[in-house]
Design a protein around this ligand. Structure first.
Ligand SMILES: *Cc1c(COP(=O)(O)O)cnc(C)c1O
Length: 385
């Protein structure tokens, strides 16, 4: 590849970013080095390689690629999205510190804040991100960071990062964004004032429903601190997971482009159906965050939610009738799946509590895959009838 100041496109970086241009006989694909032990140089601790340190060949190559794609100085890959969130925040917060977090976060993240951080002396305040001046009002002198998720799981709300990033810049706080739902194809939070980006790489980054993985991206000194947390807490990835993640990444641009397009078609189709009370998709003009989504996102995403007329019973009947779209909890892969948050992420809440969070009974979350969209719509149609 000729050296030039031009920044390579995301699809190019996804295929080959960070790879050496190679002498004859260099493998085109980063080979899987499935070893947990490496010969060490005698007389020095330098260059010690061990999978838990995040520095074996498959981890290093996929980390370099992810950093280039997200426009970050550095990246670290961990064994899960939750491992990424936990280590990312443990590297930022100490006992006595205060974290401001959006009330709309992934269920596991919420448990981490409520159950674990509370016992570690890290105080977390959950904030309604749509309330005006909400963040400023709850800021304390101990506040060290703001944590948000956007687009939001499972309601597909999209947050305006501008007012939040003004505050974090002004106060010298870290703005941490869980960007799992968007993938770097649709959203790169570092371009909009974020300091740290987290993904559950289990979802769009890998994209095939076959590994568990997470990534944290930010400045090189900060990522080194996250790495040190990972080394002692142990949420490190296996080489094979890193290898599959690198393989999955190569197609992310075409996968997500197709998922965006399929989801838009399905959202528009559902919007015209009398069996569907409400469609939640930021690409629809009547979505409350449509303008924000147009400002921040390069694509409206492959995730959407529908609320069926007839509530929970209608949802169960619909799920039992689906032939192509599978009923499964995870998301972001090439296979379309549908899940019912009242039996997954929101199962610990009452029906009323769920409704207050915008997830009433009859609410279904669709993760749209790359299948032929007419086949997906035909499946939805026969299941709704
Ligand atoms: C799935 C998910 C996580 C957790 O990731 P795991 O890989 O399951 O640990 C965190 N945030 C969001 C938005 C998710 O969808």
């Amino acid at each position: 590849m000729p050296r030039s100041p031009r920044r390579l496109g995301l699809s190019t970086l996804a295929v080959t970013g960070g790879a050496s241009h190679g002498d004859p006989d260099t493998p085109v694909v980063q080979p899987l080095v499935q070893s947990a032990n490496f010969i060490q140089e005698i007389g020095t601790a330098d260059g010690l390689r061990y999978p838990r340190y995040g520095n074996v060949p498959n981890a290093e190559s996929v980390q370099k690629r992810l950093a280039l794609m997200e426009g970050a100085e550095a990246a670290i890959v961990l064994s899960s999205g939750m491992g990424a969130t936990a280590c990312a925040l443990l590297a930022l917060l100490r006992p006595g510190d205060h974290l401001l977090a959006s009330n709309w976060v992934y269920g596991g993240t919420r448990l981490l804040f409520a159950q674990e951080f509370a016992t570690m002396g890290i105080d977390v305040t959950l904030v309604d991100p749509m309330e005006t001046r909400a963040w400023r009002k709850r800021m304390r002198k101990e506040t060290r960071a703001i944590f948000v998720e956007s687009p939001v799981n499972p309601t597909c709300r999209v947050l305006d990062l501008r007012p939040i990033s003004y505050l974090t810049k002004e106060g010298g706080l870290a703005l941490v964004v869980d960007s799992t739902f968007a993938s770097p194809v649709n959203f790169r939070p570092l371009e909009h004032g974020a300091d740290v980006v987290i993904h559950s790489a289990t979802k769009y980054l890998n994209g095939h429903h076959d590994i568990l993985s997470g990534v944290v991206l930010g400045t090189a000194p900060y990522i080194e601190e996250v790495r040190q947390k990972m080394v002692v807490w142990g949420q490190s990835p296996d080489p094979f997971a890193c290898w599959l993640l690198e393989r999955g990444l190569k197609t992310i641009d075409v996968r997500v482009a197709r998922q965006n397009e399929n989801a838009r078609r399905i959202a528009e189709w559902c919007n015209a159906r009398k069996e569907v009370r409400q469609v939640h998709y930021p690409g629809l003009e009547d979505h409350p965050d449509h303008e924000v989504a147009r400002t921040f996102l390069d694509g409206f995403g492959g995730m959407l939610a529908i609320e069926l007329v007839g509530g929970g019973r209608a949802a169960e009947r619909f799920l039992r009738r689906l032939r192509l779209i599978k009923h499964a909890p995870s998301l972001g892969g090439v296979d379309s799946v549908v899940s019912e948050p009242r039996f997954t992420s929101h199962s610990h809440l009452t029906s009323d509590e769920r409704a207050a969070l915008g997830v009433p009974d009859g609410f279904l979350r669709l993760s749209v895959g790359i299948e032929n969209v007419d086949d997906l719509i035909a499946d939805l149609e026969q299941a709704l009838k």
